[in-house]
Design a binder for this molecule. Structure first.
Ligand SMILES: Nc1ncnc2c1ncn2[C@@H]1O[C@H](COP(=O)(O)OP(=O)(O)OP(=O)(O)O)[C@@H](O)[C@H]1O
Ligand SMILES: [Mg+2]
Length: 457
């Protein structure tokens, strides 16, 4: 007997209802409409005929189908109603999950500030429109591995692809995990500042933004993106008032806030809990239990504890509640994003402790945390600095050379040369390049001219 037949039997056993045409001469109470397979679920849709759909939204039936499907205790069958259809959602057997992954190919491209996030249980696109006044703030909440960062990445990629850097700009902050999820956007021309991984720098940047919007509305849409908000607040509790201002005034000041964290309760966030209280659109990943789902979603009945994790998500927004499978962003899509040879910087004061010229870690994107375990950054060799600065000067003076280097990940020196000069290429790409650009700008500002060879002059 197929699983679907077993389910029909269970429905009969539990509710006493059977489908039309199942028993000759008996009318039957519902029609099996369709069956969908998503990356996570088998979904059976039923159209009730003579009875209320409430007959099916029945915890006992959910439990019975769960037994029938042989699911582990931690997983759940969900039955709810969408567009008049009763939808029975059964987690796929573990070995079948994740075989399909939704990518850009499965969803519309979106436009302007509308971001398609995935497909719902009936394979219809689910999106959020940040142009909507009620959706200028979006939180991403749920247990580790539930798919928050992946969903956030989708929003960033879509907004960056569909909008020019003149119209939409980003500030990105991820002070935990060494910025692993956001540093991939380190060369986006839409950035108003390199991706921030240092809490002090994050606090300074947020303060700067709050001061800027106090002076008037921004002439572009600024998307403030903070992954691992709890880590930021733990390191810098003084960022809470600034986050509050951005979230509460975002709508009127042209700011969109994307904030991700695992838990938004008082134990985790302290006063920072109030920031999330003000956000009315939420992407929920799996929650630890019913109570936590209530805390995260700020209402009962969302049941994020029933989600599977890893991209099985729920959007709760002005447009209602939708369970959906999130879109996964491929590395190719990230590669295809535009790249800027120079990333903008906010005019932030370096922290008082740092020397002059400031430590590369103040100016870096994605720098290893300074002082962690006492490890100090490796110094740059004079030869590498000299050659890098000369390359930057040539890019200013020679159009052909500038065009040749533009848009490269290694936009100052090719990785081969970096290696020859004894520097770790990844460190050079992520940490040194922005620092060297800053150094060069400082020299330029002071009118210092570089000569092409140490032998000349
Ligand atoms: N939409 C998706 N489609 C397919 N797989 C996904 C999707 N979203 C997440 N995953 C899988 O789940 C993993 C964890 O996702 P993600 O990093 O977004 O979790 P997270 O909620 O940010 O966790 P943490 O709190 O630890 O940062 C991903 O590496 C990926 O393997
Ligand atoms: Mg994450």
């Amino acid at each position: 007997m197929s699983l679907l037949q077993k389910i029909l039997l269970r429905i009969y056993d539990t509710t006493g209802l059977w489908p039309v045409n199942a028993v000759q001469g008996q009318p039957g109470s519902f029609v099996v409409d369709d069956v969908f397979v998503t990356p996570f679920l088998l979904v059976m849709t039923i159209k009730p005929i003579q009875v209320s759909s409430k007959e099916f939204v029945n915890p006992k039936l959910m439990e019975d189908i769960k037994l029938e499907a042989g699911l582990p205790a931690s997983e759940h069958v969900v039955i709810d109603v969408h567009r008049g259809f009763v939808c029975i959602q059964i987690p796929l057997p573990v070995e079948e999950r994740g075989k399909t992954v939704y990518t850009s190919k499965n969803v519309p491209r979106g436009s302007a500030l509308r971001v398609p996030l995935g497909l719902d249980i009936l394979n219809e696109p689910v999106s959020i429109n940040f142009a909507n006044d009620m959706s200028t703030n979006l939180s991403f909440l749920g247990v580790p591995g539930s798919g928050k960062s992946v969903a956030m990445r989708r929003s960033i990629v879509t907004l960056a692809r569909n909008n020019s850097p003149d119209d939409v700009k980003f500030l990105m902050i991820e002070v935990a995990k060494n910025g692993i999820d956001l540093r991939i956007f380190g060369q986006l021309p839409h950035l108003i500042h390199p991706v921030i991984t240092d809490p002090a720098e994050a606090a300074a940047a947020l303060k700067f933004l709050v001061d800027s919007i106090k002076m008037g509305q921004l002439p572009y849409k600024l998307v403030v993106t903070v992954d691992e908000v709890a880590a930021l607040i733990a390191a810098r509790p003084d960022t809470v008032p600034d986050l509050m201002t951005l979230v509460s005034q975002g709508r009127s000041q042209n700011v969109v806030n994307l904030l991700a964290t695992q838990l938004s309760d008082r134990d985790t966030l302290g006063h920072g809990k109030a920031v999330f209280k003000q956000i009315h659109s939420v992407i929920l990943g799996k929650a630890g239990n019913t109570q936590l789902s209530y805390v995260l979603g700020q209402k009962s009945g969302l049941h994020a504890e029933d989600l599977i994790g890893q991209g099985d998500l729920k959007l709760n927004s002005v447009d209602g509640t939708h369970r959906f499978a999130g879109v996964f962003t491929t590395p190719k899509e990230i590669e295809d994003l535009p790249r800027a040879p120079f990333v903008n910087r906010l005019p932030l004061e370096p922290p008082p402790a740092s020397s002059n010229p400031p430590s590369p870690y103040w100016h870096s994107q994605g720098a290893p945390q300074p002082n962690r375990g006492g490890a100090q950054p490796k110094p740059l060799s004079p030869a590498l600095i000299a050659e890098s600065l000369l390359s930057l000067q040539r890019q200013v003076n020679e159009k052909e050379y500038r065009d040749e280097m533009r848009g490269r990940a290694y936009f100052i020196l090719p990785p081969k040369r970096v290696k020859e000069l004894g520097r770790n290429t990844e460190l050079y790409k992520q940490v040194d390049q922005p620092y060297l650009v800053e150094l060069y700008k400082q020299l330029l500002k002071r009118g210092v001219q570089l000569c092409l060879s140490s032998k000349s002059s």
